[in-house]
Ligand binder design. Structure first.
Ligand code: NAD
Ligand code: TDX
Length: 339
């Protein structure tokens, strides 16, 4: 079996490649990634020279390049992680989100049709459902919840999902979609809440909490997400959508306080800054379908997962320090300077 993983030099795609190597060492993996600011080849350096693994620097919007790769490698399965993934950046510059997340997905699906790929899996997000009110803890996102997006990022992901379903219905593309809640774990780019707070706390820098920090996210350890996608590839039905989440809702401020406590840093580092525009209040996934149909359950609870994650960032300064001292500093100034 040959699996083409797009966006494998990013956070979840990289973890997925390691998951697949561990659980299906007989499979060949090709990682396609254009190495945007969020892609980091050092994540994959331990396996770059291994047999059954190939890295190809390529943009999913490059139709000719993508067709050439499919012609040469004839993948059986394609898993699409490649995306612009940061909500704040989508508010600043939406264009690239529409190009990569929608048109790039279309190029991949056209290639899958042309070369008869057995399964195209689209890695989507719970953000396509919009948000839930804080005062209705009884409400959860199911696969039937209407799409109702808030940011240019989530709108681009929802558009891609609709296109995937259209390709399934119109052309019979054997496609599946998963919509996961917020992930955390090793190799996450330090623009996202948890690694940003860990890196800033370790450097005794202010911890910028948006608004009052009362927004709720539903956190899942990244390996549990990888396990769910692996199950969908093996047992999922073409044309099906699966929500993924572990019923672990937390307020942002409680996460930041927990990180301070674990690192022995004072809560006085916490700084409340101007809120994100259009900020979603609460995400909460109902994962009943993937549990019922595929038997998936998360394995890592938040209390263990966050300690493991903080430990990983402590042990892998060489992975994230070059990031926070490079071009990232301009981003940080732009994004947080005037808040
Ligand atoms: P990430 O930003 O860490 O990684 C994205 C990767 O895609 C990078 O390696 C980047 O170089 C690559 N990429 C970007 N544009 C590309 C292009 N045009 N061609 C080829 N490669 C390109 O993102 P992530 O957090 O790992 O998210 C992966 C996927 O999972 C995304 O589709 C995202 O929408 C989805 N998702 C993320 C989360 C989360 O909490 N991080 C939750 C649910 C779903
Ligand atoms: O500096 C910050 N301060 C802050 O208060 C940052 C970066 C974030 N936040 C808040 C905003 C959100 O309420 O923390 C929460 C989490 O923010 P992000 O890490 O940016 O994630 P989120 O916007 O929830 O989106 C994530 O989950 C769904 C991923 O980035 C998406 O790719 C995924 O689809």
């Amino acid at each position: 079996m040959t699996i083409l993983v797009t966006g494998g030099a990013g956070f979840i795609g990289g973890n997925f490649i390691y998951y697949e190597r561990k659980h299906h060492p007989e499979d060949s993996i090709i990682c396609l990634d254009s190495l945007t600011y969020a892609g980091n080849l050092s994540t994959l350096s331990p396996i770059l020279d291994q047999p059954n693994f190939r890295f190809v620097k390529l943009d999913i919007r490059d139709r000719a390049g993508v067709y050439q790769l499919f012609e040469a490698e004839r993948p059986d399965i394609v898993v699409n992680f490649a995306a612009e993934s940061h909500v704040d950046r989508s508010i600043e510059s939406p264009e690239i989100f529409l190009q990569t997340n929608i048109l790039g997905t279309q190029v991949l699906m056209d290639a899958c049709r042309k070369y008869g790929v057995q399964r195209f899996h689209q890695v989507s997000t719970d953000e396509v459902y919009g948000d839930l009110p804080l005062d209705r803890p009884d409400l959860f996102f199911t696969e039937e919840t209407p799409l109702h997006t808030s940011s240019p990022y989530s709108a681009s992901k929802a558009a891609a999902d609709l296109l995937v379903m259209a390709y399934h219905r119109t052309y019979g593309l054997p496609a599946t979609i998963s919509r996961c809640s917020n992930n955390y774990g090793p190799y996450q780019f330090p623009e996202k809440l948890i690694p940003l707070m860990i890196a800033n706390a370790l450097n005794d820098k202010p911890l910028p909490v948006y608004g009052q920090g009362l927004n709720v996210r539903d956190w899942l350890y990244v390996e549990d997400h990888c396990k769910a996608i692996d199950l969908i590839l093996q047992k999922g039905r073409a044309g099906a959508i699966y929500n993924i989440g572990g019923h672990n809702e937390m307020k942002n401020i409680d996460i930041v306080k927990l990180i301070c406590k674990e690192l022995g840093k004072p809560e006085s580092l916490i700084t409340y800054v101007a809120d994100r525009k259009g900020h979603d209040m609460r995400y909460a996934i109902d994962p009943a379908k993937i549990h019922r149909e595929l038997g998936w359950l998360p394995e890592t609870g938040f209390s263990d997962g966050i300690v493991k994650t903080i430990g990983w960032y402590l042990d892998h300064r060489s992975w994230w320090e070059p990031i926070v001292t490079g071009e990232y500093r301009n981003y940080y100034k732009r994004m947080y300077g005037g808040r």
